[in-house]
Write a protein that binds this ligand. Structure first.
Ligand code: GDP
Ligand code: IMO
Ligand code: MG
Length: 427
């Protein structure tokens, strides 16, 4: 019998807690595969009082018997990947056993990172707020058909091809009048990392994944970023450069649409965003600051403070629609425990009209959130593991959201640790 791949992805602006939940769900799967993004991602997971942050490697890696694949849709900075692997090796893990890298994944060159910085500098106030990991320029070379892939590192003329692309980038940097970099040092580090990368097992991930499905093995596709950062459906241009949505799992791994099973959508009980771009429910006051402190809302990749605000239901419904979400997972409700009153945005006011959808130009138009208020639960949730322990006001909050969006919330996460997870409905 052939099985279907489940997809797990973020429904907001990233950092919803994907890493934690992939780690929690991994025992139910044989194979975990990242399908897009690159080291702009920071996926944290915590167990036995240690926090781990992954950037490129799938979050199932801490389960040695499960195969973890970096798919063709991912862009890889060999320097960052090598550092990630060294950290795991120091912890006694052997990634030779359970990590495979797609030969078709594109490589982030040092000059991609420099171009990212140059592009942001040129934009001035209109900058995206990129993580500066070279993501945009690398995907541009991919779609421009100029990119270098992991499999190319084996080619006899790899060095020449590298130099050809690098020289093109240097010309582009001249146009930007950007000279704030030391390329020889960056290149030395990069080529050392390429040498190391060649010791990590590669694969043709589309064959590997489809073979696994045909053997009825269980596959979980792990997304990075979030739906509202999607290149097509996010708040363009304040987005990342890949398709973060469920369709990205098809192109980023070579899975046919009719081989997708469950789509797990993860959202925080509130909203956060790092970088620039519209955020209708953003709080600029003390309440936002309290959320940031209670939720430790500082970026896993860049350390930047995350912008915080109340849950945005029209945005959540939009994300559920685009992804065909079948099961929801609500994260970090414990962060809201200190609030007497909890707000949910149910629609927006825009140009004097009430809207329950996201209009085209969210960059120019001001969306004023319309809120409903709910009673806070004022109870520490972090030690609860069962539904019947939960305070009624929290259960009301969960039921309200579920009713509004029409998709079951199957998991409630009430703390960063693996164990702080309540299974609400059988998976
Ligand atoms: P990801 O990018 O979606 O994997 O999310 P990040 O790891 O960037 O950010 C989520 C942060 O919240 C991490 O620091 C997690 O350890 C933490 N976290 C995850 N789930 C919970 C939760 O339910 N409660 C709290 N308080 N923290 C959580
Ligand atoms: P995870 O997987 C949160 C944001 C950046 C910036 C925009 C573009 O940890 O959820 P890029 O570096 O892609 O050019 O940045 O997207 N961004 C993220 N925000 N979580 C992420 O990943 C992000 N990856 C990119 O802050 O606004
Ligand atoms: Mg993150």
């Amino acid at each position: 019998m052939k099985s279907k791949a489940d997809v797990l992805l973020g429904l907001q602006w990233g950092d919803e807690g994907k890493g934690k939940i992939v780690d929690v769900l991994t025992p139910h799967y044989d194979l975990i595969a990242r399908f897009q993004g690159g080291p702009n991602a920071g996926h944290s997971l915590e167990f036995e009082d240690v926090k781990h942050v992954l950037h490129t490697i799938p979050s199932g890696i801490f389960h040695p018997s499960k195969l973890n694949i970096v798919g063709n849709g991912v862009v890889i900075d060999p320097i960052i990947l090598a550092k990630e692997i060294h950290k795991l090796t120091e912890k006694g893990m052997n990634v030779q056993v359970n990590l495979r890298i797609s030969r078709k994944a594109h490589l982030i060159l040092p000059t991609h990172r420099i171009l990212d910085a140059a592009s942001e500098a040129a934009k001035g106030h209109a900058k995206i707020g990129s993580t500066l990991k070279g993501i945009g320029p690398t995907y541009m070379d991919k779609t421009g058909r100029n990119g270098l892939r992991v499999g190319d590192t084996e080619a006899a003329d790899f060095q020449l091809r590298y130099e050809f692309l690098r020289n093109k980038h240097i010309e582009m940097l001249r146009l930007y009048e950007f000279s704030d970099f030391n390329l020889p040092d960056m290149e030395k580090e990069w080529f050392e990392a390429i040498k190391f990368l060649k010791t990590i097992p590669t694969c043709d991930s589309e064959y590997l994944v489809n073979q696994a499905l045909s053997e009825n093995k269980k596959v979980l596709a792990e997304g990075a970023q979030g739906t509202l950062l999607d290149i097509d459906f996010g708040s363009y241009p304040f987005v990342t450069s890949s398709n973060t949505i469920a369709a990205g799992a098809c192109t980023g791994l070579g899975i046919a649409p009719n081989s997708i099973g469950q789509v797990y959508g993860i959202f925080k009980a509130y909203c956060t965003r790092v970088g620039s771009g519209p955020f209708p429910t953003e709080l600029f006051d003390e309440t936002g600051e309290r959320m940031r402190q209670a939720g430790k809302e500082f970026g896993s990749t860049t350390g930047r403070p995350r912008r915080c605000g109340w849950l945005d239901l029209p945005a959540l419904k939009y994300a559920i629609m685009i992804n065909g979400v079948t099961r929801l997972i609500m994260m970090k409700a414990d962060v809201l425990s200190e609030f007497d009153n909890i707000r949910i945005c149910t629609s927006y006011t825009c140009d004097g009209k009430n809207l329950d959808y996201i209009p085209y130009d969210t960059n120019q138009k001001v969306l004023e959130p319309v809120y409903i208020d709910m009673k806070g639960w004022k109870t520490d949730l972090t030690a609860f593991t069962e539904m019947n322990q939960l305070p009624q006001s929290f259960v009301d909050y969960v039921n309200f959201i579920e009713r509004e969006v029409g998709v079951p919330i199957v998991i409630l996460s009430v703390g960063p640790d693996r164990k702080q997870t309540i299974i609400r409905q059988p998976l």
